[in-house]
Design a protein around this ligand. Structure first.
Ligand SMILES: C[S@@+](CC[C@H](N)C(=O)[O-])C[C@H]1O[C@@H](n2cnc3c(N)ncnc32)[C@H](O)[C@@H]1O
Length: 224
């Protein structure tokens, strides 16, 4: 089922080009290891599952068949068009919603699993997005993520800072120097599984990668 809400952008020339080249640009990295990483992460998805910024739908084949409900969110119209096409071809039952991570049209405490792969680097307001994730998650819910992050190496981090503006213009707002794990841990969520890796097949400034899980923190749960 496909539901269109207020699609934000994606009608401009660069948005359409970005959406068209997305899969080819990621192709090598997906083949080398990323596809397997997605599969491994999404094995943990359960219950009512919401994916943020689904892009062209590269995660679709990896969701367990027995998740109760699958909602794919994508605010960019050009990406969403490709996502819908892939969804139709997959034969899976899922809804596509054109909502940004900062404003999810979902009730408080109504979601078991939220998935974010390569999205928290791009959202305009990561703090707001993380608050929204915590709001919609049930107390025992989980955020599953794969994100490229700020490098531990001072030298590579300096290159990320230097190239952040140029990269962001090329990669539709992606911030290659964002310390995403620290941002997740700073709010109502607490990371309880974390694997560090390298996004092989991609430029060095986006290679530092993390995969993991976060849950509502004990302090936040007690306060609810
Ligand atoms: C690098 S792509 C990742 C796509 C997909 N998740 C994947 O793993 O291949 C980033 C995606 O985040 C989407 N996005 C950008 N801003 C967003 C926001 N505020 N909320 C949710 N998604 C957003 C973009 O439209 C794009 O589809």
């Amino acid at each position: 089922m496909v539901v269109a809400m207020s699609e934000r952008n994606g009608t401009g020339g660069w948005s359409r080009i970005s959406a068209a080249i997305y899969d080819p640009v990621l192709w090598a990295g997906e083949r080398i290891a990323m596809r397997e990483r997605r599969r491994e992460l999404l094995r943990q998805a359960r219950g009512r599952t919401v994916e943020l910024g689904s892009g062209t739908g590269l995660n679709l084949p990896h969701y367990p068949a027995d998740v109760d409900e699958l909602i794919l969110t994508e605010p960019d119209a050009a990406m969403a068009a490709r996502l819908r096409r892939r969804l139709r071809r997959s034969g899976r039952d899922a809804r596509v919603i054109a909502a940004p991570a900062e404003r999810l049209p979902l009730e408080d405490g109504s979601v078991d699993t939220i998935v974010s792969t390569l999205v928290l680097c791009t959202v305009e307001a990561p703090g707001a997005a993380l608050r929204e994730i915590a709001r919609v998650l049930r107390p025992d819910g989980q955020l599953l993520f794969i994100e490229h992050v700020r490098a531990d190496s001072a030298r590579l981090a300096a290159w990320q800072d230097r190239l952040a503006g140029t990269w962001s213009r090329f990669a539709s707002g992606c911030r290659c120097n964002r310390p995403t794990v620290e941002l997740i841990d700073a709010g109502a969520l607490a990371v309880d599984q974390l694997q560090e890796a390298s996004w092989r097949g991609m430029p060095a400034i986006v290679r530092p990668l993390v995969a993991g899980r976060a849950r509502i923190s004990a302090a936040e749960r007690d306060g609810r």
